[in-house]
Structure formats: C-alpha cells, structure tokens
Write a protein that binds this ligand. Structure first.
Ligand code: AHR
Length: 488
C-alpha cells in the first residue's frame, strides 16, 4: 500500500504545549495506595514513595499531574490529608464507596511531584463544598502571608509556597453520578464567584471550568453554553473528558475512534468561540482535555466490587495492542489541535486505567506506555498541518477511514518529527514524505508493531520496539506506531 505525506512550515497549526503529556493521579483503587505510595514495600524510599514508579513516571516525562480527582474530589476534605500521619482520620469516600485512610495527602503529593519533576494541577471540591474551602486550599498552597492556612503549611514543614498555577474548579459537575452535581446555571455561577475569589487571593493562577463529562451526555453543548455565559470572563480553560469503550464493533472500528476525539474537540472549540463572540470578548478559551483513555477491560471485575474497602483493585485495565494504536492516534489528534488543546491528562497514571501497573515486586509497562512516552519525548516545537493520503476502509459511524494517520512536528530549524499510525492489520505502507526543506534527511525510525491486536504485555513478554533502517524508503509495518525523525 502506498501513502503520501506533505507538510510545510508555511502552514503551522500552533506551538505545542508540553502539558498535553500530563496525567491524572486520583485517590481511587490502587492509584495512590499501592501505586505511588507504598510504605511497606522494599521498593519505596524513606517517604514511602515507590522508586520504580517514580522512575517510570520520569521515563514518561509527565510535565503535570492533576490531583486528587476525578470524582473523588467532589466530597473530599483536603485538610484530612495534611499534618502528622498518626493524627489523620480514616474517612468514607462517597464517589468510589471506599475507605480513605488519608495517609497520603496534599503535602505528600507535592513532595512526590518534586521528585518526578512534574507540576501539580489541583482540583477543588465544588460538589459538597464551595468558595471558602477553595480559597483556604489556595491560601495553604500559594500564599506567603502570616495567616492561618499559610501558617499551617509552614507548620507542616513547607515554609515556601507551592505556587500551584493550574486549578480545576470541580470535576464533571454535569454528570448525574457526581457528588453534588449541579445544573449548568448553578455551576456556572458558582465557578464565576469561586474564580473571582481565588484570583483575588492569587491573580497568577489559571482556572479550568468543567465542560461536559463526555460528548454523549444529553446536556452536551447546552451545558457549555450556559456555563460559559455565566463565567467566560473569569476562566482560562474548559475541560473535556473522553473514554473509549469496549471494541464491540471490531478492531478496525476501535482504532478509528480517535476520529471521535477530533469531532469532539471541533465541537467544543466552536462552543467556546460562540461564547467569545456573544461576550464580545478578546479572550480565546483553550482546552484542558484533562481525562482521556481507553476504559473497558476492568468493567466486569469492577461490577462485583464490595463497597467500603481500602484501595481495592479497581479499573485495573490490562491494555492490548489495538488500545496502544488508538492511544497513538489520539495523541496525533491532540497534536493536530495544538492551537487550542493546551493541557491534556492521560487518565490515569498508575494502576487505575494506567500505563503503569504495579505488583508487590515491581511494575509492568503496558502496551500504551510507548506512544505516550514517545510523544512526550519527541513532540516539541510547532505542529504543522499535514496532508496524509492513503487508501481508506469503511466502518459504521466513521465512514471512510484512512489507514494512515499522521502529523508532523517542526522541532526547530534543523529537526522534524513525524508521528504516524498504519491502521492496516496485514499490509505495510510505503510512505513518500515531502517536507518543505529538501535537505532534510531521515535520521531514525522507531517502529512499534504487533500482528495480534489483542496482545498484552506481561512480565514474560512485551511488544518490542525497533529502530528501523529505512535506506531511503520509509515503510510503516502493518498495525504500527511510528516516530520518524529528520535532520538538516
Ligand atoms: O478516571 C476515572 C473517573 O472517570 C474519574 O474519577 C472521573 O472524573 C471520570 O468519570
């Protein structure tokens, strides 16, 4: 099969914000307990943090981690997780009907982010709490004043403010399952007042308002319009969440689902720009795609979970190769929207629908780990409009789907990187590349392919990554994720 790719500096999409490689660490399942924090493990450091997990997170090069949820945040009291550990109380977690030990909390998370070289994005509880609590939390994190909460932080061993820049105002507040769910009108007003109060404490912060929890909700669209009508002037980003479900329509449909992400982003951009026009505002709202992933492998197991356990195995999806290709295409999609998607959090980071799965003795890097790591490592610079042509196939919902999905990034004046997926399961794709600078020479071609869509990494066997010598002809193997670099 033949394919053609053309890209030029004359048509830039936008500067890539490295924060599109971010993630979520929620208090649920074994994400924190048994994942990030595991004090009884021989693999933990003096603070109880898993060293092998930190090394894997650093390999993923995650720039920002959203915390503490997710649904969890909507009934969380962050004060329960600070101060001496032996004085912290166990509480119920209403979102996941679990027992929260509070042995890990805000300061512990901030220490962990320093160790993994990541920035924190903190979500505030707008489910069961409100403006005052959000301001107290912001004071605790960011203020240098001689006042109660800033002094509490000092008492807890952190003299310097954390200067957390990104703040999520609630989580999925449109969703009926959310503790403290609100109507769009109620939520929009609350966000406006919370954002105003928080900014008066710290004008340097950036705030994220909740968009719809997914594109299929009956209120999608009207939720965004109503909420933005209330708070447009006081927010900086709108959130998007999307999870791909069971591949009930087969592999070829599954690996095309990134088209849904593309359509969803286009819709939310249109809604934001309509709000901008209505408000006669100069400000353009950007997107924080702060939850996305494939999520279905664990559904059957999780349907039978007993409530009120502590850190049960929950949402522990074990990913296969077709999921990895879908994750790769989704990353390509995020890069194609580099002008508007400025933050994206892969959900989640450890154990819960995650690329890193721990056991007592070590960890497994799942199939999805490779594309996430590659984009974080190589997608620096400007995303370019990329014309990628190839034969297509037909699937219900998406119609004609090209086998080739690709985007080009101009890293700097001397380096370019192409990220490409060949969706064909049996045929390789011979790719003719034309970039604007004819002096560009291909310098490396990383290829990640597997003939079995259902193959899952295990301690015994993982999909191998190859560095291909193309000898002037770029061949994308069947069913493959590719990173091809060029240098002048
Ligand atoms: O990531 C798992 C859950 O999915 C999050 O808690 C919630 O925000 C979403 O519904």
């Amino acid at each position: 099969m033949q394919g053609k790719l053309y890209a030029t500096d004359l048509f830039p999409i936008g500067q890539i914000d490295h924060r599109i490689n971010s993630s979520l660490a929620e208090h649920m399942g074994r994400s924190i307990y048994g994942g990030i924090y595991d004090p009884d493990s021989p693999l933990a450091d003096d603070a109880g943090l898993r060293k092998d997990v930190m090394a894997a997170v650093k390999e993923l090069n995650v720039p920002l981690v959203r915390y503490p949820g997710g649904n969890f945040v909507s009934s969380y009291h962050w004060e329960d997780g600070i101060g001496p550990r032996d004085q912290r109380q166990q509480k119920v977690d209403l979102a996941w009907q679990s027992v929260e030990s509070n042995q890990f909390g805000l300061d512990d998370f901030m220490d962990w982010t320093t160790k993994v070289d990541a920035e924190a994005m903190i979500a505030v509880n707008l489910g069961t709490r409100g403006i005052e609590d959000a301001c107290n939390l912001l004071e605790y994190c960011n203020l240098d004043t001689n006042t109660y909460w800033a002094n509490k932080r000092r008492e807890n061993g952190h003299p310097e403010p954390y200067h957390v820049k990104f703040w999520c105002l609630g989580n999925e507040m449109d969703a009926p399952w959310q503790i403290g769910h609100k109507t769009a009108h109620e939520y929009g007003q609350l966000v406006n007042e919370t954002a105003k109060a928080m900014r008066s404490l710290d004008p340097s912060i950036k705030v994220v308002v909740c968009g719809s929890s997914n594109e299929h909700t009956p209120t999608f669209g009207t939720w965004e319009s109503t909420v933005l009508d209330e708070c447009y002037d006081n927010v900086d980003y709108i959130s998007m969440h999307q999870y791909y479900e069971l591949p009930s329509k087969g592999t070829m449909h599954h690996v095309a689902k990134s088209i849904r992400m593309d359509q969803f982003i286009n819709s939310v951009v249109a809604l934001c720009d309509a709000a901008k026009a209505t408000k006669k505002s100069d400000k353009t709202l950007n997107i924080s795609f702060d939850e996305w992933n494939v999520w279905y492998h664990s559904n059957e197991h999780d349907a039978h979970l007993e409530p009120w356990q502590q850190a049960p195995h929950r949402l522990e999806d074990v990913y296969n190769f077709e999921d990895a290709l879908l994750v790769g295409s989704s990353l390509i999609t995020l890069l194609k929207h580099a002008d508007r998607v400025k933050i994206a959090c892969f959900a989640q980071l450890v154990n819960v629908i995650a690329p890193i799965l721990t056991t007592k003795d070590g960890l497994l890097k799942q199939t999805i780990f490779t594309p996430l790591r590659d984009v974080s490592k190589y997608a620096h610079g400007t995303a370019l409009r990329t014309s990628a042509q190839s034969p297509t196939y037909q699937v219900p919902e998406f119609g004609d789907v090209p086998y080739l999905d690709a985007v080009t990034v101009k890293n700097d004046d001397h380096h370019y990187t192409i990220f490409a997926v060949n969706r064909h399961q049996t045929e390789s794709l011979d790719l003719a590349v034309k970039l604007n600078d004819d002096r560009l020479q291909e310098t490396s071609h990383l290829s990640y392919s597997c003939t079995d869509p259902e193959f899952k990494n295990s301690p015994e066997q993982s999909v191998s990554e190859e560095n291909i010598q193309d000898d002037g002809q770029i061949i994308l193997k069947p069913f493959s994720w590719n990173v091809i670099t060029f240098t002048v």
